[in-house]
Design a protein around this ligand. Sequence first.
Ligand code: NZQ
Ligand code: ZN
Length: 388
Amino acid sequence: MQSFTYNTPTRMEFGPGKESEVGALLKEFGAKKVLIHYGGGSAVRSGLLDKVTESVRSIGLDYVKKGGVQPNPRLSEVREAIDLCRAEKVDFILAVGGGSVIDASKAVGYGLATERDIWDFFVGEAVPTASYPVGCILTLSAAGSEMSNSCVITNDITGQKRACDNEYGRPKFAVLNPELTYSLPAYQTSCGCADIIMHTLERYFHNGTTLDITDGIAQCLLRNMMKVAQEVLEKPNDYNIRAEIMWCGSLSHNGLTACGGGNGDWAVHLIEHELGGKYDVAHGAGLTAVWGTWARAVCSKHKERFIKLAKTVLDVELDGDEAVEEGIHRMEEFFRSINMPVSIRDLGINPTDEDLWDMAKKCTRYGSVGGMEPLDEVGVYEIYKTAL
Ligand code: NZQ
Ligand code: ZN
């Protein structure tokens, strides 16, 4: 096994009605003036925004509101929000939404704490050394941003979607009420479930040895998620099912399933980021569209890991190469069963060969991608091409 740091400073408040206590929570964390940051309108329509605003107002905190964060959050919106916060002397950012709103809020937090241009942190020109505090009320179980150190922003001029991973990016608190996710459309719920599963898979496929406990947690998360991802389509308003998904979402991306392991692979995420940046596809769907192709491209050198996954998570009773292929096949069948794409054209887009090379070039602009199996520009292109 490898030595590791496990840093999860985010306070979790989980349960029905917790969003109404957010004012007191903000006060406890020292907020004086809060940016209430939200997305395209779901939080307004559900009445959540009013509830949150009332909680902040009634505790005596000053606040300013800003909506309009889009899925695959845009750099231009982040810049506007930074300017607003500076003008309004905001000292705490409250994200009300899914991963996009939380990520945009994290970027605002970084931006307020620096004189640099915020995009420098996303293209490796600089590393954040501070952030204004961010808290969140989660409305979509998916990205795991509520506990992660990651923040993903799309530059709306260049179409680049880039991540900034930094420990200052972990939220101070996260309010998780599974009921807030009842209003999600089925497609968005499935995208979220796919992303949660992928966060565990990306860490499960790593380049070292690990602890049985870590593999066991990963297997449990995957089995559980595959079960509830199907159940939720039948019972979208079942509290326990939504709660399982929500808690799995946070645990899948807070580093727990990486403890003791080598470098996680993450190539599938980086391959998806180019699809998201160029075509604005939903993140979870972009991941399942390429996963099977990635798996078949790399499995021959990592058979043991694939066989273990097939046997412990997917109940495959075959051995050797047959187990590997059957495991990949069953995972793709599962994605289909929750209406997720298993090819790029399934996403409703039709990139040209030139587009595929462009994405492969951008994906590998800092070198090979893939902690378990490195892929260069040609390797990434082959995956796009085969996954078409
Ligand atoms: O904007 P509104 O109107 O709120 O609608 C959103 C949006 O259209 C809607 N939605 C959210 N909660 C809802 C709801 N609709 C009805 N009822 C609710 N309760 O869902 C749509 C998608 O929201 P978004 O926040 O974009 O989804 P998600 O949480 O999947 O976040 C995706 C973003 O997170 C990044 C992705 O790349 C993508 O940009 N990721 C962030 C990570 C991180 N920070 O750790 C890791 C992930 O791997 C991922 O890369
Ligand atoms: Zn993801």
